[in-house]
Ligand binder design. Sequence first.
Ligand SMILES: [Zn+2]
Length: 236
Amino acid sequence: MNRVLCLAAHPDDVEVYMGGALLGFMKAGWEVQVWIATRGEKGRLQPQQGSRMDEARAALGSLGIPVEVQGLEDGGLADSQGLERILHDLIAKWRPRLLFAPHPCDAHADHAALGACVHATEMGTGTVLWHWLDANPRVEPSHFLDLGSSLAAKLALIGYHKSQIPGPEGPRDHLPDGRDILQRAEHRDRGHGAAQGRVFLEPFLAPGSRRSESPCILESVQEFLDSGHRESGGSS
Ligand SMILES: [Zn+2]
């Protein structure tokens, strides 16, 4: 059984930034686990009832994906004591074939702190690291996953995060580029698709991969295993 461990700083990260890959992994029958560092309690938009973690559990639970929440301080991951130890234990416990994490150069401080910590964590051999990328990454993607016809299913997954989708009447002025998470995900994936002559593409970065003229387009999630930088076990 191929195991995938996805690391996130906030409750909606994996759905927004790699929801298409999640759908692909589940369709392929892989075992997926999501770990979320914080409860997202600092976000301006909070649910009227329940919590952002309830929304994440509903979204990922709809695919049968279990969620583990660490409960570290939202906005404070850069100062979190013991994060490296936590990640080490998590990776040792799950022994994933594929590990997905934010990039150390991510514009969000929590994403960047988590990404940097993953780089500092000894992963052992057999684990292939990939980075999911935010809406305006400071690094060039090395690979794209072709979402084919699964964008609607990805957006449905993101739609579970109702508190983050204020609607036309709700507060929107604080949203990056005025876009909520649904609009951000579709805009990003459509933009990458258009640039590469496809429709919708999710961007990823394989650490250690050499920049080439044209990024590699993955037609299926199996190709994450075949295209990843296998030697990247350990620090990279
Ligand atoms: Zn986030």
